[in-house]
Design a protein around this ligand. Structure first.
Ligand code: PMP
Length: 432
């Protein structure tokens, strides 16, 4: 008897809460550069891999060679009980790049684990389990991180070891404050922060955790300076600032190595994951030394910072810096924004185009209104796929198309993607 299709086997044996993209879910079997091939032999330009895993693309020889060499040596050693040279070297590089004084680094296997660690450190350091987070945030799928995730679609459990209070700021397009200048918006959000601190907490809050640009929340970009203002209020209360750089790190925003640097503040901790491994499982926390060292007992990680992941991540970092991919993200990112804004002029289904570097969101609405149009976003997702382009979806209302190609993107590939997006958005506009 023939085996059932892979999607049926997935549904039978994997959790119901692991939703798959597309009416006919995709199985990618090959990748090179910015292109992937699925199990039916169709090839796609991948405009989402940059965020999910492959920050610099598929099948990059320098990275595969470094990882293969480590595998061939027998994977020596995994656990934090022995010295691992690649781990120490990567920690030194990240500590230096962070700009955090006396920084120390702890490696994990994922972004969730990195944020769990940051929250554990902050609550321990401050002896408080009260935490501030932004509305419309996403920080992970474990016990504390689900608690600070301010998006109902992803807050699968309401139970959490942290007491969280949410503040406005991340998602400007649907701000209850209306259309304000940057300065007035920042002032309104800062007033809200003060109000939340005063009315929603006992004052001795451990930390604020925030994404400089909200990723799952639909690539929502706050005005530069928002976190400068927030940081002043936090400092008045001794509250730590944790910047979740899981999506915004490694130069993806085009202007700074870390997203938070657009705000001219030095956070107390930053968390990272995803793109650093270019497909390998690695994440981590970089923190002020006194915060990192605040635990009073031993801890351990078996796989966090293992030699294969740290050698691979070191090679990714070399590649990003040696090829100045941040500059490429800046140039092609503004071309992508410009191209999409032109498309938006012709299609009222596009309510907002926003982004920084190669992290660009297109929010779809009922024409002439700001009412979210999730069906239009689904139509764009399916139509781009039909035409050979993979994109992401997200946002509080599931109505935002997310574009995050690998940072090695070329100008020709960008033009190809813009043509497909124009056609797909036109279809979504007509179909409605
Ligand atoms: N933080 C942010 C900002 C993220 O986007 C994600 C993943 N979408 C995470 C944390 C969690 O990372 P992981 O899936 O590796 O646990």
């Amino acid at each position: 008897m023939a085996e059932p299709p892979l999607v049926e086997r997935h549904r039978a044996v994997m959790p119901s809460w692991l939703a798959l993209y597309y009416d006919e879910p995709l199985e990618i079997v090959h990748g090179h550069g910015r292109r992937v091939t699925d199990s039916t032999g169709r090839t796609y330009l991948d405009f989402f891999a940059g965020i999910l895993t492959n920050a610099i693309g598929y099948d990059v020889a320098e990275i595969s060679d470094a990882v293969r060499k480590q595998l061939d040596s027998g994977i020596l050693h995994t656990s934090t009980l022995y010295l691992i040279r690649a781990q120490v070297e990567l920690a030194e590089r990240i500590a230096k790049l962070s700009g955090i004084p006396d920084a120390k680094v702890f490696f994990t296997n994922s972004g969730t684990e990195a944020n769990e660690t940051a929250l554990m450190l902050a609550t321990q350091y401050r002896r408080s389990n009260q935490v501030l987070a932004l509305r419309n945030s996403y920080h992970g799928r474990a016990f504390a991180t689900i608690g600070v995730t301010g998006n109902r679609g992803w807050s699968a459990s309401s139970l959490s070891p942290v007491k969280v209070s949410y503040v406005h700021g991340g998602y400007r397009y649907r701000s209850p404050f209306g259309h304000l200048s940057d300065a007035d918006y920042i002032a309104a959000c800062t007033d809200d922060l003060r109000d939340v601190l005063h009315t929603g907490t006992s004052g001795d809050v451990a930390c604020m955790i925030a994404e400089p640009i909200q990723g799952v929340g639909g690539f929502a970009v706050p005005p530069d300076g928002l976190f400068t203002s927030f940081a002043q209020v936090l400092a008045e209360h001794g509250i730590l600032l944790v910047s979740d750089e899981v999506q915004t790190g490694w130069g993806r925003t085009g202007e700074h190595f870390w997203g938070i640097q657009a705000h001219d503040v030095t956070p107390d901790m930053m968390t990272f994951a995803k793109g650093l491994g270019n497909g390998l499982a690695i994440g981590g926390v970089v923190a002020r030394g006194d915060v990192m060292d605040c635990l009073g007992a031993n801890s351990i990680s078996t796989f966090g910072g293992n030699p294969v992941a740290t050698v691979g991540a070191g090679a990714v970092l070399d590649y990003v810096l040696d090829h100045d991919l941040m500059a490429n993200a800046a140039t092609l990112g503004s071309a992508l924004l410009g191209g999409l804004r032109k498309i938006a002029e012709r299609h009222p289904v596009v309510g907002d185009v926003r982004g920084k570097g190669l992290m660009v969101g297109v929010e779809l609405v009922e024409p002439g209104t700001t009412t979210p149009a999730p069906a239009a976003a689904t139509a764009v997702l399916e139509e781009t796929r039909r035409r050979g382009l993979l994109v992401g979806k997200g946002g509080l209302h599931n109505n935002v198309i997310r574009l995050a190609p690998p940072m090695t993107l070329t100008a020709e590939e960008l033009d190809e993607a813009l043509d497909i997006l124009a056609a797909a958005i036109a279809v979504a506009d007509g179909e409605r």
